[in-house]
Ligand binder design. Structure first.
Ligand code: GCW
Length: 688
């Protein structure tokens, strides 16, 4: 049952060619130091280089050295760089690079830094060697926590399958109620993640069913086995826990967070976990959300709930990732005063300052739920005295489910670069808030990985996983440059010919793919026009009369949700200035969010000069055409030898489905709004 035929993704052996053809000294200890040595040794065995542990080894003379700053590095060039100083402390994970007298030097304060330095050298390839001296250059991760959450179930769930919102096959961790037993696959995954900079993973669904609840107790050994595999790659393991565990597992009559027995139960549970996994990261909790248990049952607050778990973990250095995704999912569409977009802020902003220091409030990047287009969540700017992590969704639940090409780097980059207080207030960005040394909780995302041979179902969806890790390390990276990095590692090392045509095709298909997806699906900030339940494909009114609070309110006169203070739900008031005023005004609100904030007539003229109804027609025709263009770009690569034939076929099969589905979206959305509005397409195109 051990997977052998798994795609190498961005770490094909050929990506190590440059590193592996040099003479490398590795002076590092601890699990990650060993990993660096093994990685280098493996590369050198393949490409004729040599690896040594000491200057006098016969592997020398060296042209690359990895060393820790704690001890005087044994190689004079490295010692000289160290003595040169000037870059300050590197921290637990940072590293510096320099070149001295023909030797490339990588120094770190801790072994994990050497590991990140190793993958930096791999990315640079031959450019890491040769040339003249180069001054010391420090690299430190912006975010302390760079985490992937798996929504993996132990068993196949009757509705959600093996992986909730998973589009890449089964879980790589679990099967039939227990471990899947393919630890080499888990190790390969850990290695891929480390190469992007990810340092934390949660291995089970935030919806914690009975089987997963037991990971905390009977199945703790299986969790420890996974932690052992992740550790050498600098990744700490986390578990999603069931808030009602004291009842479900402990047989207590209550899970009240202020109850003494409940607190004692959690204290013991945490102690047991740390006995098995000394570097355990902590708990992820979805409480009082979509039916999950939580403190509300006992009349307690979310601070009471989170702090109780935080106290259990504190003696061991663990953290609680408490999710802010709390809203009323039993709404009535007629009730215009309840606004799901408001919910997280209404629940959590009043609790600012009430959470223990080892609680991280994990906030979805938008106020609703990972839609194709949402404004940035106002919670992110509303809790200066709380540690906040921003949660993204790498798995493409609402962005094509890994059947459509949708490179999300540009979306995340927009979110991370958003300035909640406008250009003023030192211009603080979402990234800066999540990265703040005192108040920042880092960046988290829902993984898109499964036991599929390409890891992500759609091979091009690997780029999303790659970009997430890299953005968590360096949030202001250019997404197009990250795509190049991914191409340079994944495809280029396998080629003996000019990679330019491949690079051009991939950029043509992927750079603008999020906007393309937006065009043929959700216009102007409207969300949820998807088929209920599985969320794939168009259904304009699919969620319109359901209890989920996800309405667009289209009628014969207009469309959109009035979230203004003047006449709507007042949601715009949750933003600081200038956004509060900008979003309040239908004239100033950015076009792409207009229908998120305003209900307007179909004839409303956008800043672009088009009317809302004409915009809907134009973007849907354009989006479906762009999808067809993506397929043509890919078809041109057929038989070129630039990509592996099986991978080409897999992508093409998905593109066929994407093109079909984009046309379905175009036709359904256009027909719906033609009928509703009675306004014809100004360009007279056929709307079936
Ligand atoms: O987007 C919604 C998904 C649920 C998910 C929930 C959450 C894990 O449709 O499947 O549950 O968000 O984030 O908790």
């Amino acid at each position: 049952d051990v997977s052998t035929d798994v795609h190498a993704a961005w770490l094909p052996p050929e990506a190590f060619r440059a590193l592996g053809s040099h003479r490398v000294l590795v002076q590092g200890d601890g699990p990650q130091g060993v990993t660096v040595y093994e990685e280098v040794a493996q590369a050198c065995a393949a490409y004729g280089g040599r690896v040594g542990r000491a200057p006098g080894d016969e592997a020398g003379p060296y042209d690359l050295v990895f060393a820790l700053t704690g001890a005087e590095p044994a190689l004079p060039e490295a010692a000289a760089v160290l003595a040169g100083g000037g870059v300050g402390a590197l921290g637990d994970e940072g590293f510096l690079t320099a070149r001295r007298d023909g030797v490339t030097v990588v120094l770190a304060d801790a072994p994990a830094g050497l590991l990140y330095g190793l993958f930096h050298v791999v990315r640079l390839g031959e450019a890491a060697f040769g040339g003249g001296d180069a001054p010391a250059e420090a690299h430190r991760p912006a975010m302390r926590t760079r985490m992937l959450d798996h929504w993996d179930n132990l068993d196949v769930h009757p509705v959600m399958g093996h992986v909730e919102r998973g589009y890449s096959g089964g879980s790589i961790f679990w099967r039939d109620g227990g471990p899947r037993g393919d630890l080499p696959r888990v190790r390969a995954y850990a290695r891929l993640l480390a190469a992007t900079g990810v340092n934390a993973v949660s291995v089970n669904n935030v919806n914690v069913h009975t089987a997963e609840t037991r990971l905390l107790t009977e199945r703790l050994g299986d969790v420890a086995d996974l932690a052992d595999v992740f550790r050498p790659y600098g990744i700490r393991l986390h578990l999603s826990v069931n808030f009602a565990s004291p009842v479900v597992l402990g047989g207590l009559p209550t899970a009240d967070p202020l109850d003494g027995d409940v607190r004692a139960w959690w204290g013991k549970a945490a102690a047991r976990v740390y006995e098995a996994i000394p570097d355990f990261g902590g708990f992820v909790v979805k409480a009082d959300s979509e039916g999950q248990p939580g403190p509300f049952t006992y009349g307690r607050s979310h601070a009471d709930g989170a702090n109780m778990l935080a106290e259990a973990l504190a003696p061991f250095g663990g953290e609680v990732h408490w999710r802010a995704f709390v809203y009323n999912h039993t709404q009535d569409w007629r009730d215009r005063s309840t606004d799901r977009a408001r919910a997280a802020y209404d629940h959590f902003a009043p609790l600012d300052g009430a959470f223990h220091p080892n609680v991280v409030l994990q906030v979805k990047h938008g106020p609703m739920d990972f839609q194709t287009r949402e404004p940035v969540s106002p919670v992110i700017a509303a809790m200066p005295a709380t540690r906040l992590a921003v949660e993204l969704q790498v798995t493409q639940e609402y962005t094509g489910q890994q059947r459509h090409v949708c490179y999300l780097g540009p979306m995340w980059s927009e979110v991370l670069g958003f300035r909640p207080w406008g250009a003023d207030s030192e211009g603080r960005t979402v990234a800066a808030l999540a990265a703040d040394p005192a108040a920042g909780g880092g960046l988290v995302a829902v993984s898109n990985v499964g036991d599929d041979p390409y890891w992500t179902g759609h091979p091009l969806a690997q780029a999303n996983l790659y970009a997430f890790g890299r953005l968590a390390w360096a949030p202001h990276s250019d997404p197009a440059a990250l795509l190049d990095e991914w191409i340079d590692l994944t495809f280029v090392p396998l080629l003996s010919r000019d990679p330019v045509p491949l690079r051009r095709a991939l950029h043509a298909m992927m750079d603008g793919s999020w906007h393309t997806y937006e065009r043929y699906t959700a216009p102007l900030g409207v969300g949820f026009m998807v088929r209920p339940g599985h969320h794939y494909g168009p259904d304009v009114d699919g969620y319109e009369y359901t209890p989920w609070g996800t309405y667009h309110y289209a009628d014969r006169d207009g469309i959109g949700v009035d979230r203004t203070r003047a006449t709507g739900t007042g949601y715009t008031g949750q933003y600081p200035q200038p956004w509060s005023a900008v979003y309040e005004s239908a004239e100033r609100c950015p076009d792409e969010l207009l229908l998120f904030f305003h209900h307007v007539p179909y004839g409303h003229v956008l800043q672009s000069g088009s009317t809302v109804i004409q915009h809907i027609y134009d973007t849907h025709f354009a989006g479906a055409e762009e999808a067809a263009g993506q397929r043509s770009s890919w078809q041109e690569l057929a038989g070129s030898g630039l990509v592996d034939a099986a991978l080409h076929a897999r992508v093409l099969e998905r593109l066929d489905e994407q093109v079909r589905c984009a046309q379905e979206w175009r036709d359904q959305v256009n027909a719906y709004f033609l009928r509703k509005s009675g306004v014809r397409d100004a360009r007279g195109r056929h709307i079936p």
